[in-house]
Design a protein. Sequence first.
Length: 390
Amino acid sequence: MTHPLWLLLIVPLSFLAGWLASRRGNARRSGARVNALSSDYFRGLNYLLNEQQDKAIEVFLKLAEYNRDTVETHLALGNLFRRRGEVDRAIRVHQHLVSRPNLSDEMKTVALLELGEDYMRAGLLDRAETLFSDLVAMDAHAPSALRHLVAIYQHERDWHKAIEHARRLEAMTGDSEAATVAHFYCELTEQARQHGARQDARLYLDKAFDAQSDCVRAFMLCAQMQAADGEHAKAVDTYEQALACDVAFVPEILGPLLRSYEASEQMPRAEAFLQELLSRYHGISPVLALARLYRERDGEQAATEFLTAQLRQRPSVRGLMALIDASMDRLSGEAHESFLILRDLTHKLQEGQAMYRCSRCGFGAKAHHWQCPSCKSWGTVRPIHGVANE
């Protein structure tokens, strides 16, 4: 496994710092031993630069024996073990540091945080939770410990504890956690709906809006609940409010919004809204929705002419597929067979494309996720705009 060069240099630089400190603190050390340490250090560095990490670790372990009091060396070594996936070795290194009687409170806290991350990587969430909770109670590096606790409670889907610790983190750092807390309340809303607890669902939804008044997800959940109750006119208003907050969610909202327009007999309003949406949203979804509306109202020819004109302005594989499908019934013989081949090719091209991407880590997905499966950030997965995407 390869790592960025800066990360690989952490360990040798830590060793070098410890070695220099040791050299200054003990001037009587023999020249031969100093030369040996220097030689070992540069040999280990050479191994790292040539991506021979196993050999490099052997050398640095030997250096750690020369200089057992260099805490930074052991921290860096444990961190490298963890990043390589050797979690058991990382745990042993950090446990050894924590057990040192002469370790300063500051360095012991750092070692405990590293040990907690080892436990999380190993899936020992109960141990990690206990360790981070103790650090929070001691008010030692509490922001880092609180962030880890929030991550643990998210993983366990204990949304009440996640909210509590996110609020504590917000109070401690001054950084807003409103968007994250709103998502936690939305998760509780969905859980309550699944269990038929409608009153609880509405209560959690109100708290989501209290946390973040322009939470798109909360508006969407509210509209879904209104539509489920047969209040489609209200659902239309709520879905339109959601898109006023963030137009990027058109692909997720347009389908249920159009159903509520139809159920509330507001199709003229639907057409006007879609026309207005074309000016502020450059994806293909509103174009396809308008083409379907024109097909049902004005016939195939009107829909095809509209779609053809729009595709000249915003080329799209999905739009091309819709145009091919609209043209198939009017073709026969060789032309029909050629269009079948073209439709299959465009379908295969679209199948291989990610439709959404996380703006924070770059994770690509074919379906929308409120929480990025890769970096675990909330609300960062957005539609990809391009010829083969939205």
